[in-house]
Design a protein around this ligand. Structure first.
Ligand code: SIN
Length: 307
């Protein structure tokens, strides 16, 4: 950039560019650094995403190993395991069980195994996960995490990205933190999943899935860390604001997930497995591979109401 600019800068109420370093703390202030004795943890960025080597997830996972994996997930927010060729739906259910019970997605086709959702895309079936979101935020107790297994992947493309929403919160201005403190927002499936339905399908789903409210800034249920918890497809308005005010604020907040410093990107191979913290992160499945085929299976892990 030309440093010898002489024209006066236009008056802006918001900076257009994000110069300089960001606050990218991996863990909550004061949290102890875990000591891994059974895991080989290879970070993919300084604060989000790590590949874990030397673990066969198809074998029974003892309590010491389970505890290290849970610690690593709290630290890195998304973990990747490659070469898990013997990992099947039963081992995927057992692995997800390290955190909790499986939770069905009400809108996706069911897989052959109860609790396992099959996400199969090809020339005829478009991807609908290529928008920054956290799974099931439209539920009163949103999923705590998800486990995703790659079965068939395109020769190139079809990566998934995750964004660290605690880092996104940390880097908001103090004025913005003050503005959103104590606010709640409505989360609803109707403008995203509902847009692909007819009126009677929407009415049938509505009976079981009313719109819900969550704080705009939640405390992570395990770490207590503050997390920016609004997402583009499911957060429809901020309670207590006029429609234009709510839209303007939401537009600014949901954009935070798109900032590259908060992100990690994973290139899948058949047999790759990811587990993510669905409260601390949002994710985006890149739909750049059509008409090639991509087949994944996902288990969401039931969560708790957020505060
Ligand atoms: C999802 O949004 O849960 C699926 C992510 C993916 O298919 O990469």
């Amino acid at each position: 950039m030309d440093s010898a600019v002489t024209a006066p800068a236009p008056a802006l109420d918001k900076p257009l560019m994000h110069y300089g370093k960001r606050t990218l703390d991996r863990m909550a202030p004061g949290a102890a650094q875990p000591d891994y004795r059974l895991l080989d943890v290879r970070p993919l960025t300084p604060h989000i995403g790590a590949e874990i080597d030397g673990v066969d997830l198809s074998r029974p996972i003892g309590e010491d190993l389970a505890e290290e994996i849970r610690q690593a997930l709290l630290e890195w927010k998304v973990l990747f395991f490659r070469g898990q060729d013997a990992f099947d739906p039963q081992s995927q259910l057992a692995f997800a069980g390290l955190w909790g019970e499986p939770e069905e997605n009400p809108f996706f086709p069911k897989g052959d195994t109860a609790g396992v959702t099959r996400l199969a895309k090809d020339a005829m079936v478009m991807g609908t996960e290529n928008i920054w979101h956290s799974d099931h935020s439209f539920m009163a107790a949103p999923a705590l995490g998800s486990v995703l297994r790659a079965i068939e992947v395109p020769s190139a493309g079809g990566d998934t990205m995750w964004a660290d929403m605690a880092a996104a919160y940390d880097n908001l201005t103090d004025a913005m933190k003050d503005r959103i403190e104590g606010l709640t927002a409505v989360h609803d499936w109707v403008v995203s999943h509902g847009a692909l339905m007819n009126e009677s399908q929407r009415a049938a789903h509505r009976e079981n899935l009313p719109a819900v409210e969550h704080p705009v800034v939640v405390r992570h249920p395990r770490t207590g860390r503050k997390v920016l918890y609004v997402n583009e497809p499911f957060t429809t308005r901020i309670v207590g604001l006029s429609d234009p005010e709510s839209r303007e604020l939401l537009d600014e907040l949901v954009l935070q997930a798109r900032i590259p410093e908060y992100q990690v990107r994973f290139r899948w191979q058949p047999g790759s497995v990811a587990v993510w913290d669905n409260i601390a992160t949002q994710h985006y499945a890149i739909s750049d591979y059509f008409p090639q085929r991509r087949v994944m299976e996902r288990i969401a892990i039931a969560g708790v109401p957020l505060s």
